[in-house]
Design a binder for this molecule. Structure first.
Ligand SMILES: Cc1cc2nc3c(=O)[nH]c(=O)nc-3n(C[C@H](O)[C@H](O)[C@H](O)COP(=O)(O)OP(=O)(O)OC[C@H]3O[C@@H](n4cnc5c(N)ncnc54)[C@H](O)[C@@H]3O)c2cc1C
Length: 433
C-alpha cells in the first residue's frame, strides 16, 4: 500500500538547494527590479539573471511544469508542488526557474494541442525562457461567463480575421505572442463555437488601449492589457487545436494554472507565518513577549493549522493530477483548492499584519501586497463563487435524492431496521426500548 508523505532524499537535496538559492540569490531581485519579471531581459539584468537561470538548469530544476513527453523536464505535479512552495516566496523565482504563470499554462496547451510547427515557433522559446506569452480570453463585458464572449474570428480565404475587445490580458505588453479566444461559429452553442489562435504580438491591428494596473500601481502603468483586436489577420496555421475546441483547451490550461497558483500560495502564506512568529517572539509589551499572549498564540495556531490543511490538500491534488493524467478527473479538487486559496492567504497575512502593529500596514512590510494578492486569487482564473458551484455540482454527482418522505438517515426508520436485523438477539432483553 503506497500512502507516504516522504520526499525521496535525492529530490529533497534539490529542494534544500532551491530553498537556499531562492533566499540568497533570487529574493533580492524582488527589491532590485520589482515588477520587472516579465520584461524581456537586456543589458545588466540579463547579465545578472542568465547565470541564475543557468544554475537552475544545472540542478535540473528548469521548467519542470511539463514532463519530458511534452518538451519539458518535469517530474510531475507533486514534485513541482514541493518546488513551487519554495518559489512562491518571491515574485522573481518562478521566472528564474522557468515556470511562471501565465506562460506555464500557455506552454501546456501548446504542448498538448499545438502542431509541430507551432511547438517549434512558440513552445521551444517559451520553455527556454527567451520569450513571454499572454492569454487573451476575458472581455470587458464578460469574464466569469465565457459564453458571452463576442470577439469574432471570421474566415477570409485561408486566413482568419479577428475583431473585438479583450480585457486583463496579462503581460500582453511584453509578450511575443498572444493566445486569443474568439467566436468562429456563432450558429452553434458557445461551447462548440469558439476557437483559440496563436497570434504574434507584432501582428498589425493589435492595439493595446491601456495597461491596467492593480491597486498601488500607476494608472495605465500595470501589466493587464485592454486590447482592441482591429482586423487582425492571421493565417490558418494560427489555429490552436481544432476549430471549436477553445473550451476544451481552456479547461486544460486553467486546470494546471489554478493548482500552480495554489502551490506558490503555500510558500507565500508560510512566509507570513514566519514573519508573524519572528515578530511575536521579538516584541515585548505589557510585561511579556507577544508570543506569550493567548490571542497571538491563537493567531499562530490557527495559521499553522489552516496552512497545514491547505498544503496537504494541494499536495494531494497534485498527486491526483499525476495519477490520473486527466484534469477532468481532478476537477472537483482543483476547484476546491482554488476556493480555499484566497481565504488561507488572506487570513494568515491579515493575522501576521496585525501582530506587526502599525508597521504591518505600512508599505515597508509586504502584508498588504499579500492581502491584495489573496483578492486577486479570488478572481484570476475564475471567481471563487463559480468554483464553489463547480465543487458543489461535482460533490452532488456522488449523491442521489430519496423518494421516501424521510431522509435515509432518519433515526426512527433506521432504528426499526436495526431492530429487525438483530431481532433474535434483542427480543429477550428486558426493558430494552
Ligand atoms: C490579476 C488578474 C490577472 C488576470 N489575467 C488574465 C489573463 O491573463 N487573461 C484573461 O483572459 N483573463 C485574466 N484575468 C481575468 C479573470 O479571468 C476574470 O477577472 C475572471 O474570470 C472574472 O471575470 P470578471 O472580472 O469579468 O468578473 P464578472 O464575470 O463580472 O464577475 C464579477 C463577480 O460576480 C460574481 N459572479 C460571477 N459569476 C457568478 C456565478 N456564476 N455565480 C455566482 N456569482 C458569480 C462573483 O462575485 C464575481 O467576482 C485576470 C484577472 C486578474 C484579477
Amino acid at each position: 500500500m503506497a500512502w507516504d508523505f516522504e520526499t525521496d532524499p535525492e529530490y529533497q537535496e534539490l529542494l534544500d538547494w532551491a530553498d537556499e538559492f531562492v533566499g540568497t540569490e533570487v529574493e533580492p531581485l524582488d527589491l532590485v527590479w520589482p515588477h520587472e519579471q516579465f520584461v524581456p531581459l537586456d543589458g545588466m539584468r540579463r547579465k545578472a539573471i542568465d547565470p541564475l537561470k543557468e544554475e537552475v538548469r544545472r540542478h535540473g530544476l528548469w521548467a519542470t511544469h511539463l514532463g519530458p513527453e511534452l518538451g519539458g523536464q518535469g517530474h510531475g505535479q507533486l514534485k513541482l508542488a514541493l518546488l513551487n512552495e519554495i518559489l512562491g516566496r518571491s515574485s522573481w523565482a518562478p521566472v528564474v526557474f522557468g515556470c511562471q504563470a501565465p506562460d506555464t499554462g500557455n506552454a501546456e496547451i501548446i504542448a498538448h494541442f499545438g502542431t509541430e510547427a507551432q511547438k517549434q515557433r512558440y513552445l521551444r522559446p517559451l520553455l527556454d525562457g527567451e520569450i513571454f506569452s499572454s492569454y487573451s480570453m476575458t472581455e470587458p463585458h464578460a469574464g466569469a461567463d465565457p459564453t458571452q464572449f463576442t470577439t469574432r474570428a471570421t474566415r477570409d480565404g485561408d486566413d482568419w480575421i479577428i475583431n473585438g475587445w479583450k480585457y486583463f490580458s496579462s503581460n500582453a505588453a511584453t509578450a511575443s505572442f498572444l493566445i486569443v479566444m474568439a467566436v468562429t461559429n456563432p450558429d452553434v452553442c458557445a461551447y462548440k463555437g469558439m476557437s483559440m489562435f496563436l497570434v504574434p504580438a507584432d501582428t498589425p491591428g493589435i492595439q493595446i488601449e491601456r495597461n491596467v494596473g492593480l491597486y498601488g500601481e500607476p494608472m495605465n502603468g500595470g501589466s493587464h492589457a485592454l486590447i482592441h483586436y482591429n482586423d487582425v489577420r492571421v493565417p490558418a496555421e494560427a489555429l490552436l487545436g481544432g476549430e471549436g475546441q477553445a473550451f476544451a483547451i481552456a479547461q486544460t490550461r486553467l486546470g494546471g494554472g489554478r493548482i500552480h497558483h495554489a502551490m506558490r500560495t503555500i510558500g507565500l502564506a508560510q512566509k507570513a507565518i514566519d514573519m508573524m512568529c519572528e515578530r511575536a517572539l521579538s516584541r515585548v509589551t505589557a510585561g511579556s513577549a507577544l508570543s506569550d499572549k493567548q490571542f497571538v498564540q491563537g493567531y499562530i495556531a490557527d495559521s499553522y493549522a489552516q496552512l497545514k490543511q491547505f498544503r496537504l490538500f494541494v499536495l494531494h491534488t497534485a498527486w491526483e493530477v499525476d495519477k490520473y493524467q486527466d484534469y477532468k478527473k481532478v476537477r472537483k479538487d482543483i476547484a476546491a483548492v482554488k476556493v480555499v486559496m484566497p481565504a488561507v492567504l488572506h487570513d494568515i497575512a491579515w493575522r501576521a499584519m496585525q501582530v506587526h502593529g502599525a508597521l504591518g500596514v505600512t508599505n515597508e512590510m509586504p502584508f498588504f501586497t499579500m492581502i491584495h494578492g489573496a483578492a486577486v486569487m479570488g478572481l484570476a482564473d475564475g471567481p471563487t463563487e463559480v468554483h464553489k458551484s463547480t465543487v458543489a455540482r461535482q460533490v452532488l454527482r456522488d449523491h442521489t435524492a430519496t423518494d421516501d418522505m424521510w431522509p435515509s438517515e432518519w433515526i426512527p426508520k433506521k432504528q426499526a431496521a436495526a431492530r429487525e436485523k438483530y431481532a433474535e438477539f434483542i427480543e429477550h432483553e428486558v426493558g430494552n426500548q
